[in-house]
Each structure stands twice: as structure tokens, then as C-alpha cells.
Design a binder for this molecule. Structure first.
Ligand code: CTP
Ligand code: CA
Length: 226
């Protein structure tokens, strides 16, 4: 489908986007991860760039080339994602967390490959920092956007997350919607605000979801700046 040209409404606005999965290493050759494709975050970065924003994209390992005109930072672990995003967010106006951050990492990452043993093994995991919550605690005038995938009570849970993390809104998705979310080119999301109000968007290309996301972020940004 033909897209109408992007407005240059983000000229001079600094946007930071996180994308993709993180990898939490157990030893040098094994890690815990998830199937995030990075497509949603790359779409946000590309759309923000086309609208004139100064864009930094912090991404976990994905099969996507660097978008031209965007500063790309490639990381693997949640701890590295945190350092890169928090650093880039210092002078940012809008931060969009599409990254599927692993909630846990190995409490002890072995420097040597672990040989198998007879019988069951137990892996001790420790929580990763919550990057969106950290940004929310130091929010200033920034607009903060999160994503969430829920199997049930989506709007309620997403609103609770938005409040807990001090995010302006969360785009909620369900894993059961075929062709959307992990790996798909489309997404079907519900915009959820901290006050529990929500808007269902139709099934759209990830680029079109990015466009609407940035419309909402730009509106909030303008409102905040007066
Ligand atoms: N997020 C983050 N840092 C984390 C985990 C999540 O910044 N350690 C961000 C995600 O990028 C996303 C939002 O928080 O934008 C919601 O992620 P989600 O996994 O749904 O939230 P959790 O608080 O981890 O809740 P759950 O227990 O449902 O996994
Ligand atoms: Ca999580």
C-alpha cells in the first residue's frame, strides 16, 4: 500500500528506541533468550528518522541491517542494554522500549563451558534491572513508551505496568494474534494509558503502528513543552 509522506514533525527531537531480544549467557556458548525479531523497534526508528528526529537505536541480536541515518548500538545482554539506553536517554525527548528484555540472567556466568553432568541440573537466575522503570524514576519531561505482551487481563495488567514504571503509555499485544508480534510484519495492539483508558487499533503494518505511536508521543511531547 502507498503511504502518505511522513510529516517532518520530529525535527530537533531526540528519540531513543530499544529493539530485539537480550541474551543472558550461562557460559561462553549458551544463553537464555527469546524470539523477538526486532522489527517493531526498527520500524519505530525508521519512522522517527523520516520525520526528522535524531534517532539512536539500541538493539539486541536480530537479522536486520542497520537503518541508514540512525545511530545503531548493538548489544547482547540486558545489563549492556541498560547501560546503552540509559546513556543515550540522558538527553532524549522520547524513549520507546520495544526490546524483549530477559527478566533474569544467570546469577553466575561461567567463563568456561559447562560440561554435562548425570541427572538434573538447577540454574540459579537473578533478576535483571527494569530499564523502563529506571527511566520512569528519572523521567523529567521525556515521553516514555513501553510494549507488553499479555495472555490475559491485558488492559488491566498493562495499565498497572504503565503506572508502576511511570510510562506515558504501553502498546499491548496478545501472542495469540497470528502474524503479529514475534517475527510478523504486522501488529495488532491496544494503546493503554496509566489511568486504564485504552484504544484498540486495527491490525496494521509495524511501520503504521510506529507512525501512530509517534503521533501520540509527539502530541504528549508538545503538550508537555507547552
Ligand atoms: N522492560 C524493561 N526492562 C526489563 C523488563 C521489561 O525495560 N527488565 C520493558 C519492556 O521493554 C517493555 C515493558 O518494560 O517495554 C514491559 O515489559 P514486560 O516484560 O511486559 O514487563 P515486566 O515488568 O517484565 O512484567 P512481566 O512480569 O509480565 O514480564
Ligand atoms: Ca518481562
Amino acid at each position: 500500500a502507498l503511504l502518505t509522506p511522513s510529516p517532518r514533525d520530529l525535527e530537533g527531537v531526540k528519540v531513543v528506541v530499544s529493539a530485539g531480544p537480550t541474551r543472558e549467557y550461562l557460559d561462553p556458548v549458551r544463553f537464555i533468550s527469546n524470539p523477538s525479531s526486532g522489527k517493531m523497534g526498527f520500524a519505530v526508528a525508521g519512522e522517527a528518522r523520516d520525520r526528522g528526529a535524531d534517532v539512536t537505536l539500541v538493539t539486541g541480536p536480530v537479522n536486520l541491517p542497520d537503518p541508514p541515518g540512525v545511530e545503531v548500538v548493538r548489544i547482547e545482554t540486558a545489563l549492556d542494554l541498560r547501560d546503552a539506553v540509559v546513556g543515550a536517554a540522558r538527553d532524549a525527548d522520547v524513549v520507546v522500549m520495544t526490546a524483549a528484555v530477559a527478566d533474569y540472567r544467570a546469577a553466575q556466568r561461567s567463563d568456561e563451558k559447562q560440561a554435562k553432568v548425570a541427572g538434573d541440573v538447577t540454574i540459579h537466575l537473578t533478576p535483571n534491572p527494569d530499564i523502563l522503570a529506571e527511566l520512569g524514576a528519572q523521567k523529567g519531561e521525556r515521553v516514555l513508551v513501553g510494549f507488553a505482551m499479555e495472555t490475559h487481563a491485558g488492559v488491566e495488567r498493562a495499565a498497572l505496568k504503565a503506572r508502576r514504571k511511570n510510562a506515558d503509555f504501553i502498546l499491548l499485544n496478545y501472542p495469540t494474534r497470528e502474524g503479529t508480534a514475534f517475527g510478523g510484519d504486522d501488529n495488532e495492539v491496544t494503546l493503554v494509558r496509566p489511568d486504564g483508558s485504552s484504544e484498540d487499533w486495527p491490525r496494521l503494518s509495524k511501520r503504521e503502528v510506529a507512525r501512530r505511536l509517534l503521533d501520540e508521543a509527539a502530541r504528549l511531547y508538545a503538550e508537555r513543552r507547552g
